[in-house]
Design a protein. Sequence first.
Length: 295
Amino acid sequence: MTVRFRLTDDQRALRDAMRQLLARHFDGTALRAAAQGPARLDRELWRALGDAGFFALRLPQAQGGVGLGLPEAVLVFEEAGRVLLPGPLAATHLAAGVVPGAATGETVVAAVDGGLVEWPAQADVVRGDAAGAVPVRSLDPLTPLHRVPGGTAAEPDPVAVLLTAAEQLGTVGRVCELAVQHARAREQFGRPVGSFQAVAHLCAGMLVRSRTARAAVYAAAVTADPVDIAAARLLADEAAVRGARDCLQVHGGMGFTWESEVHLHLKRAWVRTQRAGGVTESEEILAAALAAGGA
């Protein structure tokens, strides 16, 4: 039986509006330029996100928020993941209603996540104990990292886990598009490379993993069950990392150049796997649930 998730008209409008906003403020040219320079947080874009309700999306209307829920948050974070939008998005979103200015985008909020913290130097507020944090070289040029000495992994917020999975979904969708576009346009021996079975199988595998992960993430956004969220996180992480690697293979050496965004998706996907408890925490949650169910 095939299960399909249908977006409401309002949800589609929200997704499309976010896609249009990001296209205006952070297109492919802006992405590549940002990746080649020093990490810098675009405050104008941050405030534009705040004006659009990105950070206050789940904040009740009585508190000045939009009053929507997790499914809508997943949709906008997926769009942010598609364009590799830089910055502590989830940390600021979770701080809305708690840290003044976070909901409107006037305040950039970072958070200690285990032994790491993203964007601490550019943030106005860092939640958690970041004393003694030292910069470390980040695999992703668009995600500056600091390591917190003696930092211990606290129990991750399930919403942070789900929003991370949603960003991974964005990468999955984008690398699928890039792989298919290249497979159709690039020719070898007088034929598009997508006509060769090996390349076609790579693209088909990416599509299957993307649809499986999307169904799991969307379902978890509806149930908000920590076990569903853990399972969705694992599927989304795998789909993003494997999808980006397969997309690189389809592109060949071109995918590693600065003119291409493919390698940036792989690097961001790897960095995201370390957020919000990482893969291991989700595996433990899912394993415990399976063990309890079989007892």
